[in-house]
Design a protein around this ligand. Structure first.
Ligand SMILES: [Zn+2]
Ligand SMILES: [Zn+2]
Length: 556
């Protein structure tokens, strides 16, 4: 350790949104820092106005530049908002990746099996274990959450200990998987916690979350008293939920049919890791139709309304193997990720129209969040007693609320960091010392583009006002050769007065060209500008909206 050494925290995603978590910790003198990256998650595009974009990644250009000093990537758990950008971004970082067996199993089953996937340097680490990389000592501390093998990280450095909670909750009866390791957090508190970087997702909710076992009991009742078929949709990665459905089904003499590839993959990895020990083999979708109506429970993908997933196809009566009918019961053992409410609503309405009974977390305790409410957070602060609190994993509202909450817990220093802020944690008082590039990348088809790429505003413009294309041939002396070719997309056919809009455009183009002196027509750019302006004016006057306009002048 030298006199210039500093410990810094640089979030690149997840502080300002729920999703795309990625946080850097750096140690060393400012000119020669060594880094670790905690998580490499993605977000979903559905929430914002991003036509054609489903997935969003954090902009990691800052760490890409520093990749020679990146010692490792540490994954807290296998949710997509913590691991979903890894396969895409890893080739730009090329540092060893540490994750638990279950997370590695899911990564391999999901993304790394695809053709062209990179050979990621994956290293398995068990919950509860420690390892040293450069100046960092990293301990995986088990926490309860909604996916197996979730961990907080205790990050030790010569300048102090940081507890990065990852996603967690307190659940004394988690049905499957670990409890949040109270003893470990108390021990860390005794050792002295410099900074606590903590989950803010549910800071606006008072009290404590219900337990996963409460949900299991409710699901068991709903399966037991269902007169006919039961279909349950949940996040594929929620193995505890899957197991509680399997146990309840067995008690009522029902078989479990698993439908959807994402679910199959998780089942396979969960069995390999021992999370489904004692659970009878699930049945494939083709058996669904042969089993008596009161002897079957289906576990389905598609709880977020994904149009190609099993549930949406079943709701539209377009699934090759699974059909539901009047009197059957569908349970949404899930909550809508913001942006997905519409798709889910359509499915629910389709099901109800067909006489299927729909149960959601609005009328039954069929889902609990995996994140801590205020009383649970109070416990975490009491155990760890940090010098500095940094709210993480939340939108602006959650982060601000969490900052006041932390102050109320008598934490001496509370830092409101956002993506791209560099917070110096030590030495001295914690403060924001720099801003680094941060932002978003969009997955557009098979290409990853910058958020500044003009593709997205162009698409929005096209979606709002359509486009008019005009091709004009002009001879060398400025004579117009033949009639201009005009095409349009996304414009109404007729005006309010019943005129054909394309006729109106053709007239405008003709008049504009006639009005230009021959000398001016010899300059393609002048012609293009004049025609674009005229079309946008004409259409704007009759429509109240202006289309995009492409004019191509060809010299013949
Ligand atoms: Zn999570
Ligand atoms: Zn998360």
């Amino acid at each position: 350790m030298t006199a210039q050494d500093e410990l810094v925290f640089v979030p690149l995603g997840g502080l300002g949104e729920i999703g795309m978590n990625a946080a850097l910790y750096g140690f060393g003198p400012p000119a020669r820092r060594q880094w670790i990256l905690v998580d490499c998650g993605m977000g979903f595009g559905g929430e914002e106005n991003l036509p054609g974009i489903d997935l969003v990644y954090p902009d990691l250009s800052f760490v890409e530049e520093e990749r020679d000093n990146l010692l490792g990537i540490f994954i807290t758990h296998a949710h997509e908002d913590h691991i979903g950008a890894l396969v895409e971004m890893w080739p730009r970082l090329r540092a060893p990746v540490y994750a638990t067996r279950f997370a590695i199993g899911l990564l391999e089953a999901r993304k790394l099996s695809e053709p062209g996937a990179p050979k990621i340097d994956l290293k398995a680490i068990a919950p509860g274990r420690r390892l040293e990389v450069g100046p960092f000592g990293i301990e995986y501390v088990p926490v309860a959450h909604s996916i197996p093998e979730s961990n907080a990280l205790a990050i030790r450095t010569p300048l102090g200990l940081v507890v990065h909670t990852g996603d967690w909750k307190l659940d004394p009866t988690p049905y499957l998987g670990s409890l949040t390791a109270e003893e470990d957090f108390r021990r860390l508190g005794d050792e002295g916690v410099l900074a606590l970087v903590c989950d803010s997702t549910n800071v606006v909710r008072d009290g404590v979350s219900p337990s996963e076992s409460d949900v299991a009991r409710e699901l068991a009742n709903l399966i037991k008293d269902a007169p006919h078929r039961v279909a349950i949709t949940t996040f594929a990665s929620n193995v505890a939920r899957m197991r509680s459905v399997a146990d309840a089904a067995r008690q009522c003499g029902r078989e479990v049919v698993v439908v959807g590839r994402a679910m199959d993959r998780v089942v396979e990895v969960a069995r390999e890791c021992g999370f489904l020990e004692g659970v009878a083999d699930f049945r494939p979708p083709e058996t669904f139709g042969y089993l008596p109506r009161d002897k079957v429970v289906a576990l389905l993908t598609g709880s977020q309304g994904e149009p190609r997933a099993a549930l949406a196809r079943i709701a539209a009566d377009e699934h090759p193997e699974i059909a539901l009918s009047k009197g059957d019961r569908v349970i949404f053992s899930s909550r809508a990720i913001p942006g997905n409410e519409k798709g889910i609503g359509t499915i629910i309405n389709n099901l109800i129209d067909r006489g299927v009974e729909v149960v959601t977390d609005r009328n039954h305790l069929v889902h609990v969040s995996g994140h801590p409410r205020r009383d649970e957070m109070r416990q975490m602060y009491a155990w760890t007693r940090p010098q500095i609190a940094i709210p993480a994993h939340g939108e602006a509202l959650h982060l601000a609320e969490h900052a006041s909450f932390a102050r109320a817990q008598d934490v001496p220093e509370v830092v409101r960091a956002r993506n791209g802020t560099m917070v110096r944690l030590a030495p001295g008082k914690a403060e924001i010392v720099d801003n680094v590039p941060a932002g978003r990348l969009y997955r557009d088809g098979d290409i990853v583009i910058a958020a500044s790429d003009r593709a997205i505003p162009d698409r929005r413009k096209l979606a709002f006002g359509g486009i008019v294309s005009v091709a004009i041939a002009i001879e060398e002396d400025g004579t117009i050769a033949g009639d201009p070719i005009i095409d349009s997309m996304g414009l109404p056919e007729k005006t309010r007065r019943g005129e054909i809009l394309t006729d109106l455009i053709a007239d405008t183009v003709g008049e504009t060209l006639d009005g230009l002196p021959k000398a001016k027509r010899r300059d393609p750019e002048t012609v293009e500008n004049a025609v674009v302006r005229a079309i946008r004016n004409t259409v704007g006057n009759v429509w109240g909206k202006k289309p995009a306009c492409h004019v191509l002048v060809v010299e013949v």
